[in-house]
Design a protein around this ligand. Structure first.
Ligand code: ADP
Ligand code: MG
Length: 726
């Protein structure tokens, strides 16, 4: 009886995860509405609102003992707090903190609202690096937390993302109340998996990640929850894939046919051994009786296009058709131009379809594709229109796949019965990230750029040293070369996120957890606008040369004209927004200056700089930093140290906060709250392998062992989350 009762009790507590957060003690209607803004609507949302960090008071030092230059945690009482205004845009809150051993001065930049939150007499804990200046120990922008009547000593205090309306201390209370209500929740993971990896139960893990007794316990809890997030996502994606291909007859492509051989014979160069390997990988998955999902990764210039052409010839040999989707008109045209002769030589018909294709031409292409007369259709988003209905598409290729969302991908694939898919990308995603984004897929990597011997050098300069970059550009122009100047946006306003971060509040209302470590450029800042930049450069810097402008607001035709002019050399300096990121190939351009480089992701910078160094001459890239902040400069310097896109991407990803990495383009990935794709790479492999094994044995998760998993998947990934007991 007792056991029976406890089972029912645990079941109820498990169901309670889905009940509305207003059922939790302490959640008033007011607080519920604030929580809603943080996307916390259910108890589950609240207990998966994980601490961003911990304040470890099992290990505090006194002010007297705090060693200069070291990271310390100190608990003390506010003796005085005042707001100092240094300049119009610079407000500093200065706190004198005392404990029984001494005085320490805390300076906090750009968070004037602290004056309302903290008062003399308050007990607080701070963590940060101890400095010594003007006779006092100090901390600048430390991590701070109010100890509101809580017993602090010897405890680990979780710091949850909070808002101005719900402080971290309140958030702790609400989370603790919610945890009490679900104590004993059942575990969706089969116990075999838990044992295999030595993982805590869900109940233990949820309690321990929020209220750990030791930092080690917190780490173990996190390990379990990271694994769970990944396993669920992998299962979800693999199940979807299974659904999509259920009952379909996957195509077994013929991979040694006449067209393929003719196309290879027509290549103007020999493939590198890497390219040969990639082609073999792809032909292998194309020839298998399984729907292929292959990702070909390689930096700009590594020669991915020709591999795609080989795959398309296999489609032709199999009596099928291939569609090649590119993100921009420029790129689609370029593909048609370079691939056209190869297809012709191989006896394959092809057509180009973009937004600016004339109506009669469009009609002809659509007819040709529908009748099967056209073997390859190359195009932009125009390919996704409903009336583009290939007779027998057996291969779908997406170039620069990271530019497309899930629904676009699905739309293209839906144009065939069970097409194989090949994705090309210059974004060097590590395998771990690829698995998180796609679930099941095969990958090939290209690392070297064929036929390029010239060297490329990258420099980081501060805004005030821009002259160096201009000098280098002028030198190159004198030699008859050309240059790019890249600016972030046209007529740009600082983005709202950036602006609010500057004000000290992150966009979502969270307290910023990154100390703002540079104050020099807040006042003067203004993003370069490409338009103004072009005028300025033409008048002041490159007056004897032709400066051209390229930006995303231009029509396709205007863009084409400018690019043609640059290609032909009638424009010497091309000022552009990031529209050049893909599609421009001008080997004579040997200098690139990237303005406000700190605003770009490193991978994006790497992709941009791939536009120079394509010819025989050495080239130079100047990254102009708008800020002097040490962290920003260090990040940019990674570009100087490495030319390996994969290393750069890994470094970039490791700097980013969990959840930011995957963006919101990909479905399902919002379920990843704790995962960091670099740090957790081995867990990703583990979860991937486990999920594949489960789906292979029980694709519908119909066995009793998997019932809890199946329920969990439905809860996590169905659009309409149903809140019980509203
Ligand atoms: P990406 O990977 O950026 O799409 P492309 O396919 O556009 O690269 O190739 C970049 C350039 O390298 C093209 O001009 C292409 O013709 C050339 N290329 C590709 N493979 C080879 C090779 N094996 N030897 C010499 N040049 C090559
Ligand atoms: Mg390409």
């Amino acid at each position: 009886m007792g056991q029976e009762k406890s089972k029912i009790d645990r079941l109820q507590r498990t169901l309670a995860l889905e009940s509305k957060v207003s059922h939790v003690d302490g959640v008033s209607a007011n607080r519920a509405s604030v929580l809603r803004k943080l996307n916390i609507e259910t108890v589950r949302d609240l207990v998966t609102h994980y601490p961003r960090r911990y304040l470890d008071l099992t290990n505090v030092t006194t002010i007297a003992q705090a060693r200069i230059g070291e990271q310390c945690t100190i608990a003390g009482q506010i003796h005085a707090i005042e707001l100092k205004r240094r300049r119009r845009n610079l407000q500093i809150v200065e706190i004198s903190l005392v404990d029984e051993t001494g005085l320490l001065i805390v300076s906090v930049f750009h968070q004037p609202w602290l004056m309302d939150k903290m008062h003399a007499g308050d007990h607080i804990a701070i963590a940060g690096k101890v400095e010594f200046n003007y006779g006092y120990k100090r901390m600048t922008n430390p991590f701070m937390e109010q100890l509101a009547g809580e017993k602090a000593e010897g405890r680990i205090i979780p710091i949850h993302p909070a808002t101005e309306k719900i402080s971290p201390a309140w958030m702790r209370r609400l989370v603790a109340n919610a945890l009490e209500g679900i104590f004993g929740v059942l575990d969706p993971l089969p116990s075999a998996l838990r044992q295999k990896h030595g993982l805590m139960s869900r109940n233990q893990a949820l309690q321990a990640i929020h209220l750990p007794k030791s930092m080690d316990e917190a780490a173990q809890a996190k390990r379990r929850l990271v694994y769970e997030e990944l396993l669920m996502l992998e299962l979800f994606m693999m199940q979807q894939e299974h659904e999509r291909t259920r009952g379909l007859e996957p195509v077994r492509h013929i991979v040694d046919g006449a067209h393929l051989q003719a196309l290879r014979a027509a290549l103007p160069f020999a493939l590198t051994s890497e390219q040969e390997q990639a082609a073999a990988d792809i032909l292998k998955v194309l020839s298998a009786q399984k729907v292929a999902n292959h990702l070909l990764l390689g930096d700009v210039g590594t020669g991915k296009t020709v591999i795609a052409a080989i795959a398309m010839a296999a489609a032709k040999d199999t009596g099928g058709q291939a569609l090649l989707l590119a993100p921009t008109e420029v790129l689609a045209r370029q593909h048609a131009k370079t691939l056209g002769p190869l297809f012709e030589a191989a006896g394959m018909s092809f057509a180009l379809l973009t937004g600016s294709t004339s109506a009669p031409e469009r009609e002809a292409s659509i007819k040709g594709v529908a009748s099967g007369a056209i073997d390859v259709l190359i195009g932009t988003h125009a390919l996704l229109e409903d009336d583009v209905l290939p007779a027998n598409m057996t291969l779908a290729i997406i170039d620069e796949q990271q530019r497309f969302g899930v629904s676009q991908r699905a739309k293209l694939l839906a144009k065939g019965a069970a097409p194989d898919a090949l994705y090309l990308t210059a974004t060097p995603i590590p395998r771990s990230l690829a698995l998180t984004l796609f679930g099941n897929l095969t990958l090939s990597y290209l690392k070297e750029r064929p036929g390029i011997a010239a060297k490329r050098k990258t420099h980081v300069v501060r805004k005030t040293e821009r002259g160096k970059a201009y000098d280098a550009a002028r030198e190159a122009l004198k030699r008859g070369h050309q240059a790019y100047v890249v600016c972030p946006l046209i007529g740009a306003q600082p983005s709202s996120t950036k602006k609010s971060q500057r004000d000290g509040i992150a966009d979502d209302g969270y307290y910023p957890d990154v100390a703002i470590d540079d104050i020099s450029d807040f006042a003067s800042e203004d993003l370069s606008s490409a338009k103004q930049e072009a005028e300025f450069l033409q008048k002041r810097v490159f007056s004897e040369y032709a400066v051209g402008l390229l930006h995303g607001k231009m029509t396709a035709q205007e863009k084409q004209e400018v690019m043609d002019a640059f290609q032909q050399g009638s424009i010497d300096v091309l000022v552009s927004t990031t529209v050049i990121e893909v599609g421009v190939d001008v080997p004579n351009a040997t200098v690139m200056i990237i303005e406000d480089a700190d605003r770009f992701g490193l991978s994006q910078l790497h992709q941009l700089r791939g536009r120079v160094g394509r010819g025989d001459a050495d080239s130079e890239v100047y990254l102009v930093s708008a800020t002097n902040a040490e962290a920003a400069l260090a990040r940019l310097n990674a570009m100087v140290k490495s030319d390996d896109g994969f290393k750069i991407a890994a470094y970039d990803l490791s700097l980013r906060r969990e959840g930011d990495i995957l963006g919101n383009k990909q479905s399902g990935t919002s379920a990843l709250k704790l995962v960091n794709v670099i740090r957790d790479a081995s867990t990703i492999e583990m979860a991937h392998a486990d999920a594949a094994e489960i789906i292979a044995a029980d694709p519908d998760l119909a066995s009793p062992d998997h019932a809890a998993l199946a329920r969990e998947l439905r809860l996590l990934f169905t659009e309409e989350k149903s809140a019980i007991g509203g």
